[in-house]
Design a protein around this ligand. Structure first.
Ligand code: F0G
Length: 451
């Protein structure tokens, strides 16, 4: 078993603290910024504390055939790169991770590219990428003896937290913005036994209320300001590298909401390079919805130096966030890797989502911003025809079935939103028909579709 080898470092002032001494809201006492987990041993020359790249690649592959619960997790399979627990027997796992990397032949063809892939994090146990982060942070909560955990959420975090808390035998509290999340996600949290509170505010308002609660009660905060979440969420970077034989794609494209995921994947890439597992990191670009685009605005205004919160509004409810906590970390990743941050419209998201569906994969609306963003980056010449690109799909298509049905019935978008994109929308052929119960009526539909 490995020792717990980590400490926390403030991303603002560089203060270093022991993990167990962080404040309940995970803000730095000195400057108020966020922490990230660091492993001091990795800066030393090759030795006992610094993992050996070749040995690790072999070990991680071996574990794929293991029947041990901890090895079957696509997060804990890489545990040498997240030594955050005193004892790995405290890991709470639902066998998350090990998600598929799919080729997207149709989208690639229409973009004039060969090498376009989707890493589908919606294929996790609760249907979103949040499971990889939750297994890490919830295991820390259990090891440190907490009885209650809590999060504010646009839906997926709460579903993941509820499931992992239930597995660990902990109680969980969910704060969500009333009426502003996809119902399936709320149903998951209820089903897994969470105390769910809908608040008459937005996500950013829920965060404020929760910050106050965790300062008053011994409740462990599982929002993505919790740096241990990011340790789990960095592991898809390892999986992508492994699946591509340790040759990273040219470009990784990630949706942006609270901006933790892009930060985590950037950290994963940075650490693999530091340890000699890979030779170079991909560009990482972040795509936001036009109505929830504080970082895209910031990049347009002053290259990501300052951020003004916005009042968020988008049908991609998972990323309906106006004041993202991890924006500085994310901006740093974009700068370091040479990526971009741009936004896409509601119609562009809806079309891209239908295109991902038509590949036989599907995803939730927030994930589809990646393909919509790639189209824009391609059109502006920022992504070349020969570049290899991986889109990070964050949630399963069943997370928001209403959105899909509304789109195919033609009731999702306002006319003003679809203007100029009618050909693309009609080209995707709406798939919903209500017809009389006769063979003739059904055959007539097929004829129409053929035409
Ligand atoms: N995609 C999906 C499906 C999400 O649920 C989220 C965030 C994101 C993308 C954005 O990731 O916040 O790390 O930039 N959902 C959070 C939640 C906020 O509460 O479930 P991010």
């Amino acid at each position: 078993m490995l020792d717990n080898l980590h400490q926390l470092r403030c991303c603002g002032c560089g203060a270093q603290i022991e993990g167990s001494t962080a404040r309940p809201d995970f803000r730095c006492l000195a400057c108020g910024d966020l922490f990230e987990v660091e492993y001091p041993g990795w800066n030393k020359p090759q030795g006992t504390d610094r993992p050996n790249a070749g040995a690790l690649k072999w070990l991680w592959r071996e574990r794929r055939t293991s029947t041990e619960a901890i090895d079957r997790s696509g997060v804990w399979r890489f545990r040498e790169l997240l030594p955050i627990l005193d004892n790995f027997e405290n890991a709470v796992t639902l066998f998350e991770g090990n998600t598929p990397l799919y080729h997207l032949p149709r989208a690639a063809k229409s973009l004039g590219m060969d090498q376009l892939f989707a890493k589908h994090q919606g294929m996790n146990p609760t249907g979103s990428f949040k499971d990889t982060g939750m297994t890490a942070a919830l295991s820390v909560a259990r090891e440190r003896g907490f009885k209650w955990v809590a999060c504010a959420s646009t839906g997926n975090t709460s579903a993941a937290m509820a499931a992992y808390a239930a597995r660990a035998g902990l109680n969980s509290l969910v704060l969500i913005p009333q009426g502003k999340i996809a119902w399936g996600k709320l149903a998951q949290a209820m089903d897994y036994g969470s105390v769910t509170c809908q608040l008459k505010t937005d996500f950013d308002g829920c965060v404020k209320v929760l910050n106050s609660i965790v300062r008053q009660e011994p409740i462990y905060l599982l929002n993505s300001v919790n740096p241990y979440r990011l340790e789990g969420q960095k592991t898809p970077a390892f999986e992508i590298a492994e699946a591509m034989d340790w040759n990273l794609p040219d470009h990784l494209i990630v949706p942006g909401g609270n901006l933790a995921n892009s930060s985590a994947l950037g950290k994963g890439m940075r650490e693999m390079k530091q340890l000699g597992l890979i030779a170079r990191v991909p560009k990482i670009s972040v795509i936001q919805a036009e109505g929830a685009n504080p970082l895209a605005r910031s990049f347009a205004k002053d290259d990501g130096k300052t951020l003004e919160a916005v009042e968020a509004k988008t049908r991609a409810t998972a990323i309906r966030i106006g004041n993202p906590a991890s924006w500085r970390k994310s901006a740093q990743v974009i700068h370091e890797t040479g990526g971009w941050c741009i936004d896409v419209t509601e119609a562009e998201i809806a079309i891209a989502k239908a295109e991902i569906g038509a590949e036989g994969l599907g995803c939730e609306p927030a994930s589809a911003v990646t393909l919509a963003g790639l189209k824009k980056l391609r059109a502006s010449g920022k992504v070349g025809a020969t570049e290899s690109v991986v889109l990070l799909l964050t949630g399963h298509t069943l997370k928001d079935a209403d959105y899909t049905i509304d789109y195919h019935r033609g009731t999702l978008l306002e006319e003003s939103e679809s203007r100029g994109l009618e050909a693309e929308i009609n080209g995707m052929r709406r798939n919903a028909h209500e017809v009389a119960a006769t063979p003739e009526a059904v055959l007539a539909v097929l004829k129409d579709v053929e035409l």
